[in-house]
Design a protein around this ligand. Sequence first.
Ligand code: SF4
Length: 215
Amino acid sequence: MDTDPAAKPQPYGCLYCATAASFRGETARMPKTCPTKTHLAVVHDPAPYLEPDRHAMMVAADSTPFTEERVLRNRVEELVVFAKARGIEKIGIAFCVSLIKEAQQLGKLLKREGIEAELVCCRVGAIDYSEIDLPKANPDKFAAICNPVAQAKMLNEAKVDLVAQVGLCIGHDLILQEECDAPVTTLVVKDRALDHHPVRALRPTPSATPTETPC
Ligand code: SF4
């Protein structure tokens, strides 16, 4: 490991790794630029996960993917199971107006599961583009901006325990995270071209077999 602080950081091996050998702890198959080899003291450190609340978070995360019968849960089911495991009583849903029906469906589903849900739409406040000096396709027509600051403020006021963001634009999602008091998880990633499945852009063909490690 390079200990000279002035030295230029070397790229980590993950970009071109063909083995993903850290997954199985197979040191011999790790590339020589693998961070597990080059930065062992940093990356092989279990201590952060032994702090009680962090450990409880890890236990909850670990228990969400499968049912007791080892059937995979979808992400919405995981959100419910995770929230219950963490004692979360109220979830805020910051949603894109284009997904209002899905967000409302989520809110009703959470309520059926005994979890309070508070929804706030991205166009809340009805602020016109012109009020923040953004150009409009039709300057004479009203067009509401996305308003993640207000979404966060409303969810802060509602004292939600967790925020699930549903389809916010890239950038607006970052503002939401900056402004929310509660932690923010992403349930739906906006991808207008790919029906909110950006992973499809990362595979050779839309129907290609997933390549991710089955953790
Ligand atoms: S083994 Fe894993 S951590 Fe190491 S370089 Fe390959 S992908 Fe990265």
